[in-house]
Design a protein around this ligand. Sequence first.
Ligand SMILES: Cc1cc2nc3c(=O)[nH]c(=O)nc-3n(C[C@H](O)[C@H](O)[C@H](O)COP(=O)(O)OP(=O)(O)OC[C@H]3O[C@@H](n4cnc5c(N)ncnc54)[C@H](O)[C@@H]3O)c2cc1C
Length: 176
Amino acid sequence: MSEHRDPDFDVVIVGGGIVGIYQLYRALEAGFTATLLEAGDGVGGTWYWNRYPDARFDSESYTYAYLFSKELFDDWEWQEHFAGQPEIERYLNHVVDRFDLRRHIRLGTRVTSAVFDETSATVTVLPPVSTKGLTIEDAPRRAEEVRGLIARAIGAPTSESSSAPPPPPTEPAAAS
Ligand SMILES: Cc1cc2nc3c(=O)[nH]c(=O)nc-3n(C[C@H](O)[C@H](O)[C@H](O)COP(=O)(O)OP(=O)(O)OC[C@H]3O[C@@H](n4cnc5c(N)ncnc54)[C@H](O)[C@@H]3O)c2cc1C
């Protein structure tokens, strides 16, 4: 039985937020073959996941827009000075469609491993597996995972390695 193998790409981008979309655009523009893998079921990253009432920019909308295309910049008229999440998500989907990027994007695909092989100078991204992406119920578990990763990276005890309670906060030194 032959093992299923996804095609090779020059560039694999993980995450379909504003940065990943831009990286995909640039990689394709430079003539590379590229794919973007996004855990969520839509593009936008921060602006896909955060849908709470009145989620919006605290930057002025136009300062957040991409500048790589004058036509794109001129075409898009922000409806609000500090745009709300629905408009920002619409903008990022507009960019994806305007530059025909969607066919290079795989949604619902969470990368769980990336392994570099020195001999072939190749990164193998595994599986990629198809998932449903994050739900709001996953948030506490994901936050704990991220805390663990950071703690391990800086050599601090993790919640698995230490059950000791955290030290009490120290009082700020009194000004002399
Ligand atoms: C509520 C809120 C308001 C903000 N307001 C502003 C503002 O006004 N101005 C400003 O400049 N910035 C603001 N920010 C910061 C904002 O996050 C950044 O501006 C920007 O959106 C980050 O884009 P990004 O592409 O780097 O990451 P993200 O938008 O976080 O996108 C990362 C993507 O990667 C995906 N991903 C992660 N891991 C994997 C994996 N293993 N496999 C597959 N996919 C994966 C995630 O699902 C996500 O979609 C705000 C952030 C929040 C949360």
